[in-house]
Design a protein around this ligand. Structure first.
Ligand code: SAM
Length: 301
């Protein structure tokens, strides 16, 4: 995409989206943003284990952990990443995200409004950097800058984990899009025939009010994803660059195919087992990779 085609107000619009919609609560501790997640009990164990994966690749202790695009630290597993650190530095473009994050981690947090592509920190400040589902909110020409910024602020020996989505670049996602659509149609038909609400509630614990319904059907914010080749080519200067699976199936895939009465939990256990055995395969071909790298001063630019 050419620079001239890019809307200069993208970041401003993303910020407004999260301030006014994405980080509005629609239930006890559940944000509008959770509509992108599957919160049903049948998938809980699998999703929990994927969250735990992130922590395995971060240094377990230090003074500062940077959480780039922290949001409100919305899932309990996220808090674990900074357990061994004195401070979790939450940086986000949305002020509301940080106000919410503060209620969760209080004095353990330092809160900075900022842009991951232009970090307001000195070189070598952090022992660990984590950034989950945030790089894709940047305009495409800023993605590389964000990775280089994460690398710049890491200390020698520090490590970073960036969770990303390949979106339609994922071959497994492209293969499953058609079947997912058919499954949704069948689910809707089945529910209509049984006299049930047409779409199942995938967000337990949320309110039924018209305001919640309006928030849940609001259009999303800007996202853009580069694919695997772009990542390998453009980030090759980062030491220890490694692309592994975070989670290989999308939320829609789980909503379509993973159901309690069809042994959903068992299928997800098998999938997790496979992902653990072939993390690079699923990292490349599945839906969500973790991009890992580390700082080695003699090799960085
Ligand atoms: C999808 S949410 C993910 C939040 C959190 N990391 C999580 O996984 O729950 C994306 C977050 O990134 C923030 N964000 C978007 N663009 C950003 C930027 N350029 N710099 C910093 N934060 C940004 C948004 O405000 C939002 O809080």
């Amino acid at each position: 995409m050419l620079q001239t085609e890019i809307d200069p107000d993208i970041k401003q619009r993303v910020r407004e989206f999260y301030d006014s919609i994405g980080w509005r609560e629609i239930g006890e501790g559940v944000y509008q943003n959770a509509r992108y997640e599957d919160l049903r009990p049948v998938v809980r164990e699998y999703i929990h284990r994927c969250h735990v994966r992130v922590g395995r690749h971060l240094p377990s202790e230090g003074i500062y952990l940077l959480d780039g695009g922290s949001g409100p630290i919305q899932y309990p597993e996220y808090i674990e990443y900074s357990r061994g650190y004195r401070y979790r530095v939450c940086l986000d473009i949305s002020k509301r995200a940080l106000t919410e994050a503060r209620t969760r981690i209080k004095g353990h947090g330092l809160f900075v409004v900022g842009d991951i592509a232009h970090l307001p920190f000195k070189d070598g400040t952090f022992q660990g950097v984590v950034s989950l589902h945030t790089v894709h909110h940047l305009p495409p020409q800023d993605h590389r800058a964000a990775f280089l910024e994460f690398n710049r602020v890491l200390q020698d020996g520090g490590r970073a984990v960036v969770v990303h989505s390949w979106k339609t670049h994922s071959p497994l996602r492209r293969l499953s899009d058609g079947p997912v659509e058919i499954a949704f149609k069948l689910i809707r038909l089945y529910r209509r025939l049984r006299g049930l609400e047409e779409s199942p509630r995938n967000l337990p614990g949320t309110e039924e009010s018209p305001e919640t319904q309006a928030l849940l059907s609001a259009p999303g914010s800007y996202t853009y994803s580069h694919g695997y080749r772009w990542m390998k080519e453009n980030l090759k200067q980062l030491a220890g660059l490694d692309i592994r699976v975070w989670r290989s199936v999308s939320t829609n895939f789980m909503r379509a195919f993973v159901h309690r009465r069809f042994f959903g939990r068992m299928w997800l256990r098998m999938l997790y087992w496979l992902e653990e055995r072939a993390p690079h395969f699923f990292g490349r071909f599945g839906q969500y990779p973790m991009i890992l790298f580390e700082k080695h001063l003699e090799r960085s630019t």
